[in-house]
Design a protein around this ligand. Structure first.
Ligand SMILES: Nc1nc2c(ncn2[C@@H]2O[C@H](COP(=O)(O)OP(=O)(O)O)[C@@H](O)[C@H]2O)c(=O)[nH]1
Ligand SMILES: [Mg+2]
Length: 428
């Protein structure tokens, strides 16, 4: 594969009336010019696309000359008609003229290498495209913006700290103001504290980016599968009066107040001689132990809630409330049969989902790569605070700056590029 060849891919989703195909690279304009007469840069114009004398489609063609394009290279965008046959014909023609299909994330990778966007911006764009809910959209826009701003501030602050540190090393006997050292220590400590704070909220941001996992646990026949179907608003799990019906964990993705939550229904917890059901019970417990929240259910009027693993948040819900006049106080009551209590339960679950993903509007580290960079920076700053020798402290500060540089991709990143961009979709 030629890493600098001319590449193309559809950059719009499938199924629409129009598909935009982007062509990017040194030969992009020459290749496009063999298909049609090119309009002036940035002037969208209707053209017939041809290969030799065969008309492939009538398309709107836009040309972006380097460096003023998404990738920073010469680009042509062909807004062709949607549909397999048109895309296939245009793709074949582009290959015949010397272009090749883009790899996943290859446009963004080129944009990064040409300085059009940094790694944080690239990751935020990928997260924005992948966002399924409102809270995820806000995380990808606001959280990433705030991180960008914070990162620029940290780098500037570290740059100034390092300059003063160098002065302390180079001119130890000169007349530096007496409080330079103390002020420097204070600034390192302040920077360290800020990073510790953002690291503390990183798990919430990661949960929001990936979605939460809620697991319904309870005895057989308590109405767990019915509850999943009611929460999902769809007929997903098999409901029956026969205890032990659910064996495999079955799940649904639900939008709870803007937070994506995967809710899993499980086999009823009981001792059983049936080996398949027993395996289901084992899996139910294992799912519960890994969940962000357990919805522990038991049927009225004498609910026996299942034991739940320590450290996992639990909501207790009494089911089948329609069957009894008075269910015990102090719990949420629902009846999937009448719908009673369902909106209160949904409100409660949405409130807990919001709490589990709360990032307080500040900068958010949603990806493990970002967390690792900031953690390494914070560790180096902590080492710098402990260092007795100025040279040692200078060395730790350099390590901190390098880790921080990796966050945006400003410093030696060749080895992480594949990891970042291969997670993108084709056309991004
Ligand atoms: N009356 C009433 N019956 C219910 C309710 N929820 C579930 N059931 C019934 O209870 C039985 C067991 O339900 P199911 O969801 O399969 O329970 P699971 O074993 O916990 O998954 C089925 O016959 C359901 O129709 C409810 O809210 N009210
Ligand atoms: Mg069930």
């Amino acid at each position: 594969m030629n890493p600098s060849g001319t590449i193309f891919a559809p950059i719009t989703g499938r199924g629409g009336a129009v598909t935009v195909v982007r062509l990017s690279g040194a030969d992009a304009l020459a290749i496009a010019a063999r298909m049609t007469k090119l309009p002036a840069a940035r002037r969208a114009s209707l053209r017939s696309l041809r290969l030799e004398s065969v008309v492939l489609d009538h398309a709107v063609v836009t040309v972006f000359a380097a460096p003023n394009s998404f990738t920073g290279e010469d680009c042509a965008e062909l807004s062709i008609h949607g549909g397999r046959a048109v895309l296939a014909a245009v793709s074949d023609a582009l290959v015949a003229l010397g272009a090749r299909p883009a790899e996943p994330g290859e446009f963004s990778r080129r944009a990064f290498l040409n300085g059009r966007l940094d790694l944080l911006q690239a990751e935020a764009t990928a997260d924005l495209i992948a966002a399924e809910t409102e809270a995820q959209r806000r995380l990808a826009i606001d959280g990433a913006d705030a991180l960008q701003t914070a990162c620029a501030r940290w780098r500037e602050s570290l740059r100034q700290i390092m300059a003063r540190q160098e002065a302390l090393i180079d001119f130890p006997d000169e007349d530096l103001p007496p409080d330079v050292d103390a002020a420097l220590q204070r600034d390192v400590a302040a920077l360290h504290l800020e990073m510790r704070d953002i690291l503390a909220s990183a798990p919430s941001a990661a949960r929001l980016r990936e979605g939460l996992e809620f697991v319904i646990l309870g005895p057989p026949n308590a109405g767990k599968s019915t509850l999943l179907n009611a929460l999902a608003g769809a007929d997903i799990a098999i409901v029956s009066e026969i205890p032990g019906t659910t064996r495999d964990a079955v799940g649904a993705r639900v939008d709870l107040g803007g937070v994506p939550v995967h809710i899993t229904d499980t086999a009823g917890l009981r001792e059983t001689a049936d080996v398949i059901e027993a395996e289901g019970v084992r899996r139910a417990r294992a799912r519960g132990a890994k969940a962000d929240l357990i919805i522990a259910v038991a049927a009225a009027p004498e609910p026996e809630f299942p034991a739940t693993p320590p450290g996992v948040e639990v909501v207790h819900v009494i089911t089948k409330s329609d069957l009894f006049e008075r269910a015990p106080l102090g719990f949420l009551h629902v009846s999937a049969a009448t719908g009673a209590g369902m909106s209160a339960l949904l409100r409660q679950l949405a409130m807990l989902a919001a709490r589990l993903t709360e990032t307080s509007g500040a900068a958010a580290l949603a990806r493990p790569r970002q967390v690792a960079c900031v953690r390494e920076t914070a560790e180096a700053l902590a080492n710098a605070m402990r260092a007795q020798e100025p040279e040692l402290r200078g060395e730790e500060l350099r390590i901190a700056a390098a880790s921080l540089g990796r966050l945006t991709g400003a410093i030696g990143v060749e080895e992480i590029l594949d990891a970042v961009f291969s997670g993108f979709c084709i056309g991004k």
